[in-house]
Design a protein around this ligand. Structure first.
Ligand code: DLL
Length: 441
């Protein structure tokens, strides 16, 4: 959509003080909060003491923000090793809530929050929602999954903190979701982008015009998505769809949020988190703004789980602020370093396929990537649904086009298998795109 339901963005009078700060003021705040956080982590979490001592740095070595680069990284493995509560900086009696990452293999990573942490988290989700166009008094349908996943409860308390009325629907039960959307007439929906697509398609199948519902705003995140997917959802549902980013180890949703008036990527809420971009391969050196690499976050205000230079494995780059000039933006996540497909030496991400496929009119956003090794070489098959009402000739031409575009833009050969509409698994939350059927080493 070229116009938004909210062309002027938030009224400055409603913004948080930090959203209106100049860069110097923001950096002064960051420095004092960072000093406190480093000392808090070092004094209270044995692993941080061990790591800082091992690297020969003390919290007092931080004189300016650039000194953060002297401190060691924290990884998912560190959190796993300290499973379940070894990273907590406060006694368990002060931890009010626990969440955990789903983790496809091994132990989940466990995170905890004090009362103050929960208040801060809710305020940042509220800030992100407001940036995306949601306003106090609106009705918000929350279809992020409730439970150990931070999406459901994170969005829920953010919506309450903003002053909206929240419908705690959780994920799944698509027919019921649709019924409640029609009956309750919410203004906004919060869910993963692929689940919004599931809802949109299911509406169309029931003969309901997805553009005719009450929904005006969508706040979508928890998985990578592309500008092409935004177009698909906005055009298909007649709403403004903005991004929201976060991860449980750093907090949950609301580490960064997108402004509806610019729709140009998430602003990192830098009064609470310092982002860095590092080269994930080359000894993890810090890269300048504008260069692409792995996102790293340091928390500035968290009590139960202070996180120092956490390697997210998410690939992005830092860009100057726009709608919130002092806060830097992060470019859309192109993928996770552990989601990268290496096919005969060529690196690629599912989001690149999404981008290319959605530019071909006869193809739908429903696809799966299957990796096999029939002989000595890896092969990629893209199983993809065509749009409905396409002819066999349209589908064959679209398949050939996709093969050619993947070769031209990514540099890899692939096979395209155009399946019948409605036959691939639909998203219920975070969608799995890659099916790796290669023999295990
Ligand atoms: O997915 C938190 C969240 C919930 C964010 C709801 C937004 C909305 P985790 O389950 O720990 O937490 O997964 C974190 O999901 O490292 C990214 O790889 C991915 N991710 C999250 N938001 C985005 C986004 C939540 N906007 C992991 N774009 C992260 C791309 C995202 N990837």
């Amino acid at each position: 959509m070229t116009t938004t339901n909210n062309p002027n963005g938030a009224n400055p009078a409603q913004l948080d003080a930090a959203e209106l700060m100049g860069r110097d003021e923001l950096e002064a705040l960051q420095l004092s909060r960072l000093r406190h956080t480093l000392a808090w982590a070092y004094d209270r979490v044995p692993l941080y003491k061990l790591k800082f001592d091992g690297a020969g740095v003390q919290p007092s070595d931080l004189r300016e923000l650039g000194d953060l680069a002297k401190f060691p990284y924290t990884t998912k493995e560190d959190l796993r090793r300290e499973y379940p509560f070894g990273m907590f900086a406060v006694p368990q009696s002060e931890v009010v809530r626990i969440h955990a990452s789903s983790g496809t293999t091994g132990r989940p990573t466990v995170v905890g929050y004090t009362k103050n942490d929960l208040t801060m988290w809710a305020s940042l989700v509220a800030r992100s929602m407001r940036a995306s166009g949601v306003r106090p008094g609106m009705l918000v349908h929350n279809a992020y999954g409730y439970g150990l996943f931070t999406g459901g409860l994170g969005a829920h308390y953010g919506a309450e903190a903003l002053g909206t009325t929240v419908i705690p629907m959780s994920g799944g039960q698509t027919e019921k979701q649709i019924q409640l959307i029609l009956d309750f007439e919410p203004d906004a929906i919060m869910c993963t982008p692929t689940y919004l697509l599931t809802i949109m398609d299911a509406m169309a199948h029931q003969g309901i015009d997805p553009r005719a519902t009450s929904l005006k705003f969508a706040v979508c995140g928890a998985e990578p998505w592309t500008e092409e997917m935004r177009q698909e959802l906005e055009t298909g549902m007649g709403l403004d769809a903005c991004d929201i980013y976060g991860l449980s180890e750093v907090m949950g949703p609301g580490v960064a949020g997108e402004c509806v008036e610019t729709k140009d990527g998430n602003h990192v809420w830098e009064d609470h988190f310092i982002p860095e971009i590092i080269d994930p391969f080359d000894h993890a050196t810090v890269l300048p703004d504008g260069e692409k690499g792995e996102l790293v976050f340091t928390s500035l205000t968290k009590e139960a789980l202070p996180i120092i230079r956490y390697r997210t494995q998410d690939l992005s780059c830092l860009l100057p602020g726009t709608a919130r000039p002092a806060m830097r933006r992060m470019a859309r996540i192109s993928g996770r370093s552990d989601d990268m497909i290496i096919l005969r030496g060529v690196n690629m991400f599912p989001s690149q396929i999404e981008e290319i496929a959605l530019r071909i009119p006869a193809l739908s956003p429903h696809f799966q990537l299957e990796l096999t090794r029939p002989g000595r070489l890896d092969e990629l098959t893209i199983h993809i649904e065509p749009r409905e009402n396409t002819t066999a000739a349209d589908r064959a031409a679209a398949a050939a086009n996709l093969v050619a575009q993947v070769k031209a833009h990514i540099g890899s050969s692939c096979t395209v298998d155009v399946v019948e509409p409605g036959t691939l698994a639909r998203s219920n939350g975070k969608l799995r795109r890659i099916y790796d059927n290669r023999p295990k080493p």
